[in-house]
Ligand binder design. Structure first.
Ligand SMILES: NC(=O)c1ccc[n+]([C@@H]2O[C@H](COP(=O)([O-])OP(=O)(O)OC[C@H]3O[C@@H](n4cnc5c(N)ncnc54)[C@H](OP(=O)(O)O)[C@@H]3O)[C@@H](O)[C@H]2O)c1
Length: 342
């Protein structure tokens, strides 16, 4: 098998291609021949060495991928050779409350990820892929898709007619847009350029705000919501956007703390949160049960994850660099197959 691995240190220069012996599935495990991986912003942080002390080399990066079962270990009951599956981001969180050691079970750091031609997983960490999805589309789901799902399900499910503000056009944002539209919500999305704005309108966003042309976008959100603000904000920007989000959310509304693409240290004027009874609720991807619920929802049809482009395996470095530029729309994917037609 072949794999990319951060062998001796962090940084793209230390991401090297290696030939290794193909692993054997143990009891309760299956061997996957991998097809496609999808990159997340988190993977950039991991490769740069910014994901905390528990995540360190040697490490196979990337959490999100799809593969075909080619061998089953003893005691495997629910999966068979030929099944198309995707590993859950948290390998050890089946459902309910998160385990105390939640961070220890993350794929792509600290656990080895999917940037390889073959991977072994416990069958308890896998979800069967819905038939209508391509490999690339399905590969976007374990982290990006499940996070969008959780952000619209927690702390309570999105209700039809609610206004939802979504930041950006990355993997989490575009899946959230599709799911929110299907739930009957009114969608407001901020983005960075007229070209991306036009594409968002094409996807059915009710209101698109160019955050560069309108840096005080909370005002536009309030104007569009009769002065009240929106019920739910998916906070993906972090440090530079949180205060604008507080102004954009309605009294009694919820800000889902998800990402920090603009930085991790935010200064917040607390009275605006306290006096207006705003809920700050953090989202950490989701359990395997949440992943299964998302997959079931997509199996019903009508929603296709947005894939920006699929790089060949050999161009893994280029895929990371393209993600870093931030010009993408949806998810950047990587073929993991020896045969690019698969
Ligand atoms: N908590 C969790 O479980 C979880 C799970 C997944 C991701 N995340 C986090 O969520 C964030 C997004 O992840 P992703 O993988 O979807 O990222 P991504 O695909 O790289 O997309 C990031 C997008 O953020 C937007 N952006 C860039 N600068 C911005 C700014 N100044 N203000 C507002 N938006 C800005 C850009 O869209 P435009 O050009 O359209 O503005 C960019 O495409 C990251 O911080 C990631 O770590 C958290």
């Amino acid at each position: 098998m072949r794999t990319f691995v951060l062998e001796t240190g962090f940084g793209l220069d230390n991401l090297v291609l290696r030939e290794r012996e193909t692993p054997m599935p143990g009891p309760g495990q299956v061997l996957l021949e991998m097809r496609t991986a999808s990159l997340n912003y988190r993977d950039l942080v991991v490769v740069a060495g910014g994901h905390g002390r528990a995540v360190r080399p040697p490490l196979v990066p990337l959490s999100d991928g799809v593969g075909i079962v080619v061998e089953t270990g003893p005691g495997v009951r629910d999966l068979a050779v030929g099944d198309r599956v995707a590993p859950a981001f948290y390998q050890h969180w089946q459902g309910g409350a998160p385990p105390d050691d939640l961070e220890a079970g993350r794929l792509g750091g600290p656990l080895d990820g999917v940037l390889a031609s073959h991977c072994v997983f416990p069958e308890s960490g896998l979800v069967r892929v819905a038939e209508g999805l391509s490999n690339a589309e399905a590969a976007t789901l374990p982290c990006a898709g499940v996070t969008a799902w959780s952000a619209l399900s927690e702390p309570w499910p999105l209700r039809p007619g609610e206004s939802v503000l979504i930041q950006g056009t990355g993997g989490v944002a575009l899946m959230a847009l599709a799911l929110a539209r299907r739930a009957g919500a009114r969608t407001i999305v901020t983005t960075s350029s007229p070209i991306k704005a036009a594409r968002l309108a094409g996807l059915g966003a009710d209101l698109v705000i160019d955050r560069n042309a309108t840096p005080d976008w909370a005002r536009a959100v309030r104007e569009a919501t009769g002065g009240r603000g929106c019920e739910r904000v998916l906070e993906l920007g972090g440090a530079a956007t949180l205060n604008e989000s507080v102004k954009a959310v309605r009294t009694g509304g919820t800000i889902l703390l998800i990402g920090n693409v603009t930085g991790s240290m935010a200064e917040l004027f607390l009275p605006l949160v306290l006096t207006r009874r705003i809920t700050l609720h953090s989202v950490s991807c989701g359990s395997r049960q949440a992943f299964q619920a998302l997959m079931d929802a997509l199996a019903a049809g009508g929603i296709r994850p947005v894939v920006d482009r699929v790089f060949p395996f050999e161009e893994a470095h280029e895929a990371f660099r393209t993600l870093e530029k931030g010009e993408h729309f949806g998810n950047i994917c990587l073929s993991l197959s020896q045969d690019p037609s698969r």
